[in-house]
Design a protein around this ligand. Structure first.
Ligand code: CTP
Ligand code: MG
Length: 335
């Protein structure tokens, strides 16, 4: 078997495409779910502003960048000045306020790497996490959302990849596999590198948006409504793209030398980033550069055991997409 095949040769590609699109449609949250999320955010804003009139709440993560599945939790960021030193105090106070308003399962996790308050709203049934002063996450959420507006195939591809990763158990950072955020960056970089390209490199264009957060300059072209037919010269279907995505990660990515970089729209060398040796827990076995925090490798959670799990899963998916008569059953089979 020539696994390194460059072309997809199936005669049922149209059917496969329709199946992927049907899965995508099923995973999209309904309008009424989005309305309930808004309702919960409005309630939280009301409670927060009573105690801290100058504070703001921002949604971030998948609920704010269109990569959320139906029935997802919401991620909220509380922003206020001069509260960085006593974050725990603020979060504990916030937890008390939420509890007093009858929100359920309220828990302040003040010792976590990212301290949060967890909650569940019995009215809407929605759960959420509130973190503090994490504006970089709010801005990288906006970047992802802006990419979504350029070509619908990004959202479709990322849904299939996330659904695959969740089904196969490789979307667990605490077990050394990748975050949803990392998978979405892999999808964006992959679509930037198709020929013709399906996505541009927004950070490589004249910037129309610029914000400096914790000394990190976040600048890029955000007038994406001007780019809505950027990818139209590329006619690849979602089935072809899913196939090519897994083939790339199974057989063509250079794990030893390359870094995926959405900021550059291409791959960079590990040497140029000085990511060649292990420092502490950063092993750099699969390298995905954060678009703004350039010293962050989102693959840093991957260790020598989990890199094997991941690569075997990429190969398994690539094989299924090439040869299996009924790929959608196998691809998303629970592990
Ligand atoms: N984030 C980040 N750096 C990371 C991981 C996450 O800045 N290393 C931020 C990003 O803004 C991301 C958000 O946290 O959008 C949520 O991350 P994650 O849970 O991985 O992504 P979601 O898109 O929310 O995925 P899911 O629907 O699986 O929760
Ligand atoms: Mg999330």
């Amino acid at each position: 078997r020539n696994v390194k095949r460059q072309t997809m040769c199936r005669n049922d590609i149209n059917m496969l495409n329709a199946e992927f699109l049907a899965i995508y449609d099923l995973l999209i949250p309904l309008d009424e779910e989005k309305a309930k999320q808004k309702q919960l955010l409005t309630l939280l804003e009301k409670l927060v502003s009573k105690e801290w009139p100058d504070a703001q709440l921002h949604l971030y993560g998948s609920c704010a960048n269109s990569f959320d599945f139906s029935k997802s939790d919401i991620d909220v960021c509380l922003v206020m000045e001069a509260a960085n030193s006593d974050k725990s105090e603020v979060l504990l106070k916030l937890a008390g306020i939420l509890q007093a308003d009858n929100l359920q399962n309220v828990q302040a996790l003040t010792r976590a790497r990212v301290p949060i308050v967890k909650l569940m709203d019995p009215v809407t049934g929605i759960s959420g996490d509130i973190c503090m002063n994490n504006m970089l996450a709010v801005v990288n959420t906006k970047l992802l959302q802006d990419y979504v507006h350029i070509d619908v195939r990004l959202r479709q591809l990322a849904f299939i990849v996330k659904h695959w990763a969740k089904s196969r158990g490789v979307n667990e950072t605490y077990q050394g596999t990748l975050s949803s955020y990392a998978y979405v960056l892999m999808c964006i970089n992959f679509l930037q590198q198709r020929r013709p390209a399906i996505l541009p490199c927004l950070q490589g264009m004249d910037f129309t948006y610029c914000l400096t957060i914790d000394n990190v300059e976040c600048a890029y072209f955000d007038q994406v409504e001007k780019l809505c037919d950027f990818g139209s010269r590329n006619r690849e279907s979602i089935a072809q793209l899913v196939w090519a995505f897994f083939h790339y990660w199974a057989y063509f990515h250079d794990y030893a030398n390359d870094v995926i970089s959405v900021r550059s729209g291409c791959t960079l060398s590990k040497r140029a980033k000085d990511w060649t040796k292990r420092i502490g827990n950063d092993r750099h076995l699969i390298c995905i550069e954060d678009p703004f925090e350039l010293s962050h490798d989102l693959g840093r959670v991957v260790d020598k055991y989990s890199i094997r799990v991941l690569r075997e899963e990429f190969e398994r998916a690539a094989e299924i997409l090439q040869y299996d008569p009924n790929p959608c059953v196998k691809l998303f089979e629970p592990y």
